[in-house]
Design a protein around this ligand. Structure first.
Ligand code: COA
Length: 416
């Protein structure tokens, strides 16, 4: 079956997580993604957090599947010539170097545009062009702090907290992928390439837009009724950390289930959605709350929401998180067990849907990775092993028209 992005050639000048997550997605969907890596070293994640000696680390393999690897020293004149040829024959160049690195290498946007006017150059940086922090190098947690996620995550009596979800890295990569596909669509109409830039700060903020909503409501009202601080606590003039609050029109909280004393994940997330109030009361055996004006609207419940959660926890005390969800789902109550990574790794539904995939790697053996979260009716996304360092160097050079002798010379000059 042919893949939608077949025929699109991508120079993957990315490293660590933000860029590789983007190009991996495009490779899954059929693009020919050529990962360009420094000879002898490669992407730093090949060796970071290894658990098998001499094999690429999972950090690398889980972000670089379905790609080819070309080693190329782009600071050497011969390496630069190879890159020029590659640019002339490709559709997209993706990079997430530190600020200015591509320019210093001699491949500024005007130069690339001159070599190939149809080329799309897609970049991830920590901050956007012209930002007063544009010179900063940035990693995941730095971006979470700069994008408003850390100040609004965690509990009110604790420090700003970063999320385990890669809001700064993979999330930025997903934004970049959307930008690249949009630019490719535009190129189909105009024949022209363009520069696509995504900053990690902006991508985090894009996911935190409801917190900017809350800042404006707080400025206007002085309180936020869906936060745990309302009505018994204090507000300042900045959006507070709301713990596990639902954050929208449906109050919710993480609640203890049977076994929580020894199992750190014996919890469910329970949401009190308005329409489900009557079923919730029935489940809890509190039918008298259904029509009681002190309970029967979201506003009436707000000042005693934690008392209500305490009653639900009493109901949960003799039920595992799975038993509880099996009861609650019958009443159409939005809820989920808090799943550990161990539980996710063996979940049969995630395996069946291709979301958790087992991949064979020549040196690492078998490992699990996260497959495409996007499902298509007319395409199956197959996940193949990440490439070994330089595995496709000669193959790519041959595709570019280099003879065997020229390839040998490039090896001898340590340019590839
Ligand atoms: N051949 C020769 N040189 C190469 C090369 C190759 N194939 N690939 C990279 N290099 C060089 C670059 O030209 C650059 O050299 P220079 O600084 O002398 O001009 C250098 O290697 C790499 O620079 P940099 O990207 O800044 O690496 P770093 O390890 O110092 O910083 C980051 C890492 C992630 C902090 C930085 O790349 C960054 O801020 N990126 C943008 C934001 C981002 O994506 N961050 C999150 C990643 S998950």
């Amino acid at each position: 079956m042919s893949k939608p992005l077949e025929g699109i050639k991508i120079i993957d000048f990315t490293h660590v997580q933000a860029g590789p997550a983007c190009t991996q997605l495009l490779a899954w969907f059929g693009a020919d993604v050529i990962k360009v890596e420094r000879p002898g070293a490669g992407d730093v994640t090949r060796t970071q957090l290894r658990h098998v000696e001499d094999a690429d680390a999972l950090y690398f393999t889980m972000l670089n599947s379905n790609k080819r690897s070309l080693t190329l020293d782009t600071k050497k004149p011969e390496g630069k010539r190879v890159l020029e040829k590659l640019i002339q024959e490709s559709d997209v160049l993706v990079e997430n170097f530190g600020p200015g690195a591509l320019d210093r290498m001699g491949f500024s946007w005007p130069r690339i545009n001159e070599l190939n006017p149809g080329m799309i150059v897609a970049s991830v940086k920590g901050f956007s062009d012209g930002h007063h922090y544009e010179d900063l190098k940035v990693y995941e947690n730095v971006a979470q702090c700069a994008g408003g996620a850390a100040s609004t995550t965690g509990f009110w009596d604790g420090p700003p907290t970063v999320s385990a979800a890669a809001l700064g890295d993979s999330n930025t990569g997903m934004h970049l992928a959307i930008g690249i596909l949009t630019a490719l669509h535009q190129r189909n109409k105009t024949g022209k390439g363009q520069k696509v830039a995504v900053s990690m700060q902006d991508s985090v903020l894009n996911l935190c837009r409801v917190k900017l909503r809350d800042q404006q409501r707080l400025d206007a009202l002085g309180y936020l009724e869906e936060y745990p601080q309302y009505p018994h606590g204090q507000f300042t003039d900045v959006v507070p950390r709301g713990g596990n609050a639902g954050g929208g029109g449906q109050p919710g909280w993480v609640l203890k289930c049977k076994g929580w004393e020894t199992d750190p994940n014996a919890y469910i997330y329970f949401t009190i959605q308005g329409h489900a109030w009557a079923p919730i009361c029935k489940v809890l055996g509190r039918e008298e709350w259904i029509d009681d004006p002190a309970y029967n609207t979201a506003r009436a419940r707000q000042d005693k929401i934690f008392d209500i959660f305490a009653v639900i926890e009493t109901w949960l005390a003799d039920k595992t998180k799975f038993e509880a969800v099996d009861i609650l789902r019958k009443f159409d109550i939005p809820c989920s067990p808090v799943l550990s990574m161990k539980e996710i790794s063996v979940d049969p539904s995630l395996r069946a849907s291709g979301t958790v995939v087992e991949v064979q790697h020549p040196k690492l053996g078998s490992y699990l990775t996260v497959g495409s979260p996007i499902k298509f009716s007319d395409m199956q996304v197959d996940i193949r092993s990440s490439p070994l360092l330089g595995e496709h160097t000669d193959e790519v050079l041959r595709d570019l028209g280099y003879t065997e002798q020229q390839i040998e010379e490039l090896h001898q000059e340590a340019a590839v």
